[in-house]
Ligand binder design. Structure first.
Ligand SMILES: Cc1cc2nc3c(=O)[nH]c(=O)nc-3n(C[C@H](O)[C@H](O)[C@H](O)COP(=O)(O)OP(=O)(O)OC[C@H]3O[C@@H](n4cnc5c(N)ncnc54)[C@H](O)[C@@H]3O)c2cc1C
Length: 293
C-alpha cells in the first residue's frame, strides 16, 4: 500500500523497517530477494535501500527498489546523498524515484569521496542534509523524508549541542522521522532522544540497529562509523575464539537484549541494518516480543 513515512509513523504504534544495499551482481540480487522474502514474514512497514558512497550506485539503488516493489507492495524509501551530484542531478533522480512509485527518501549529506578527509561542496551541489530536505520539500512535497541522527554525535560535529542544532534544522525543514546511526549502548540512544525532546525535535527518533555477528565485522564498524562497542560484548566475542557459530550466537544475544531494552523504553520503531541478509535479524525478531504494530 502506498504510504509515506509521516503516515506510517502516525498510524502504527511500532514501526519495523529494514535497510538494504544495492548488490553488485545478479547473484547478489537473487541472494537479496531470497533473504528479503524471509524478512517479509515479520511484516515490516517499509524497506529502504542505500545510495553508494559518492552517488556511485544511483541507478542500482532504483533498480534494487524496483526488485523489492516487484516482490511486495509495502512502501519503500530510496536513500539519496548530496555527494557527486548537482542540484539538477538530484532533481532528475527524485523525478525518476517518484515516477517509479517510491514514496519516501532518506535524505543524507554523504561522506567525502574515498581518499578525501574533508567534505567539500562541489560547484552547483548541496552542502548538508538540511539542504536536501529543503529541496525535496520544495520540489516534491509528497515524499516522506527521513534524516540521519547520531546518538554518539556525528564525528565532524563541533559538539553534541551544534550537532543537535543542525538536526533540528533538518526537522524544521520538513523531515518526518530521524533514523539513527548504529550504536551498541542503549544509554547513548536514550540520552540522545531526551536531548532531541528538550530541543523541540518532535518527530519520531528511531534507533538503527546492526546485529554484529563476528569479530571482523566489529573492527570494520568501529573504523567506519566510530560506534562504541561495550567492553563485555567485545570480551564475549573474543572468548569465542574461531568458533563462528558461537560468535553469531553472542551477536544475536546482544542485539536481542539491545532491541528488547529499546522496546521497553517505548521506541516508536526499530530500523534494522540487515546488510541484505536475514539470518541474524530473523533470530533477533523471533526471540523478541514485539509491541503490537
Ligand atoms: C540513517 C542513515 C542512513 C545513511 N545512508 C547513507 C547512504 O545511503 N549512503 C551514504 O553514502 N551514506 C549514508 N549514511 C552515512 C552518512 O553519509 C554520513 O553519516 C555523513 O557523514 C552525514 O550525513 P548526514 O546527512 O547525517 O549529514 P548532515 O546532517 O549534513 O551533517 C553532517 C555534519 O555537518 C554538520 N552540519 C549540519 N548542518 C550544518 C550547517 N548548516 N552548518 C555547519 N555544519 C553543519 C553536522 O553537525 C555534521 O557534523 C547514512 C547515515 C545514516 C544515519
Amino acid at each position: 500500500m502506498r504510504m509515506n513515512l509521516a503516515e506510517i509513523y502516525k498510524s502504527n504504534p511500532f514501526v519495523l523497517s529494514f535497510e538494504l544495499f544495492p548488490p553488485k551482481s545478479d547473484k547478489g540480487m537473487d541472494h537479496l530477494i531470497e533473504n528479503l522474502r524471509r524478512l517479509l514474514e515479520f511484516h515490516p512497514h517499509f524497506v529502504t535501500c542505500t545510495y553508494g558512497a559518492g552517488g556511485s550506485t544511483r541507478e542500482k539503488t532504483l533498480d534494487t527498489l524496483a526488485h523489492v516493489q516487484a516482490l511486495t507492495d509495502i512502501p519503500v524509501a530510496s536513500h539519496v546523498t548530496c555527494v557527486g551530484a548537482t542540484v539538477e542531478d538530484l532533481k532528475a533522480y527524485l523525478a525518476k524515484a517518484a515516477e517509479q512509485g517510491i514514496e519516501n527518501i532518506v535524505a543524507i549529506r554523504g561522506d567525502p569521496p574515498e581518499g578525501e578527509e574533508e567534505f567539500r561542496t562541489m560547484k552547483g551541489a548541496l552542502s548538508f542534509g538540511r539542504d536536501l530536505v529543503e529541496l525535496i520539500r520544495r520540489e516534491y512535497p509528497e515524499f516522506g523524508i527521513a534524516v540521519g541522527g547520531y546518538p554518539e554525535t556525528h564525528p565532524e560535529a563541533g559538539s553534541p549541542e551544534t550537532d543537535l542544532r543542525y538536526l533540528k534544522e533538518k526537522v524544521d525543514c520538513g523531515a518526518d522521522v530521524v533514523i539513527t546511526q548504529l550504536f551498541y549502548n542503549n544509554d547513548d540512544f536514550l540520552r540522545f532522544r531526551d536531548c532531541c525532546t528538550s530541543k523541540g525535535i518532535c518527530v519520531p527518533i528511531i534507533p538503527g540497529l546492526l546485529p554484529v555477528t563476528n569479530f571482523n565485522q566489529v573492527k570494520r564498524i568501529a573504523s567506519l562509523c566510530g560506534a562504541t562497542l561495550p567492553e563485555d560484548f567485545l570480551n564475549a566475542l573474543e572468548n569465542c575464539g574461531d568458533d563462528t557459530a558461537a560468535q553469531f550466537a553472542v551477536g544475536v544475544e546482544q542485539a536481542t537484549r539491545q532491541a528488547g531494552g529499546l522496546i521497553a523504553h517505548g521506541v516508536a520503531g526499530i530500523h534494522f541494518y540487515v546488510l541484505n541478509k536475514s539470518h541474524a535479524t530473523s533470530e533477533v525478531l523471533g526471540a523478541l516480543e514485539l509491541p503490537p504494530k
